[in-house]
Design a protein around this ligand. Structure first.
Ligand code: ADP
Ligand code: MG
Length: 253
């Protein structure tokens, strides 16, 4: 029957519409004393253009998972397929270039170079990213364009120390968008902001899927977690629940 959908068809649909697929990813850290399993057979898919939340208590593996998604950490086993290509076997330089083209990262503590102005911070990301669309003389204009998107065009000449926390995180979002990557990954991006400012900053991230970007974020704020279009919850390194179209393999405790 033409309109009969089997569960296999459904999982293929998720996989086809996914920007990122995480397949049986495990990460263990071995010290002299013991082997610690930080991620334990994690499988899910992040739909393209979704607002995707990674939830879970402190220590459940959220940051490690984000680092695996961005190629900062390597899985001990399993694989991550990003936009149809496995993230593996690249050297650090290649990986940095890959990251510049594919994913913008927003950190909890902003991580802005203190001696550069907002505009220079975004321009530096463009230089490192190597996107030919924004080469040489086009960088300044692109930086202002990104700062305009986050409402900071007027403050482009300021140093981070001359900006509020919320403004600093908006600079970080402009930097993450600079090279026009398909995905933005944000680890507790509002964790260091008061709740009003947190909402304003999160609103900027939540807008991005409408422009085709995929936003993957970690938050402890239940209000912000609840705005996701899809997501997973981790506990002790494995997925205990999913929402939306996450295509996850869920395990009990
Ligand atoms: P979350 O972001 O959810 O708080 P993390 O991914 O930071 O969790 O950490 C998950 C667990 O793995 C924690 O118990 C943490 O202490 C441990 N862990 C993370 N990185 C390392 C590491 N490099 N070496 C040893 N243990 C680690
Ligand atoms: Mg963390």
């Amino acid at each position: 029957m033409a309109n009969m959908v089997t569960s296999r068809d459904v999982s293929q649909t998720v996989a086809q519409g996914a920007l990122v697929r995480v397949e049986h990813v495990t990460r263990t850290i071995a010290t002299r004393a013991q082997k610690t399993t930080i991620l334990d057979d994690v499988t899910f898919a992040v739909p393209a253009s979704s607002l995707f939340a990674i939830n879970g208590p402190s220590g459940s593996g959220k940051s490690t998972l984000l680092n695996v998604l961005t190629g900062i950490d390597r899985p001990t086993s399993g694989r991550v397929i990003f936009d149809g290509t496995e993230i593996r076997g690249r050297g650090e330089n290649q990986l940095a270039r890959w990251r510049g083209e594919h994913v913008g990262i927003v950190f909890q503590f902003f991580q802005l170079v203190p001696t550069l102005t907002a505009s220079e911070i975004v321009e530096l990301a463009l230089e490192l990213g190597g996107n030919r669309r924004f080469a040489g003389g086009k960088r300044r204009a692109r930086a202002i364009e990104c700062l305009t998107l986050v409402g900071l065009a007027d403050l482009a000449h300021r140093l981070p120390s001359q900006l509020s926390g919320g403004q600093q995180q908006r600079v970080a979002i402009a930097r993450a968008l600079a090279n026009d990557p398909p995905a933005i990954v944000a680890d507790e991006p509002t964790g260091n902001l008061d709740s009003h400012t947190a909402t304003q900053v999160f609103d900027l991230l939540a807008e991005l899927p409408r422009q085709g970007k995929t936003v993957i974020y970690v938050t402890h704020d239940p209000r912000l977690a609840g705005r996701a279009s899809a997501g997973i919850t981790l506990l002790d390194g494995h997925i205990v629940s999913q929402s939306g179209d996450a295509g996850a393999e869920v395990r009990g405790k």
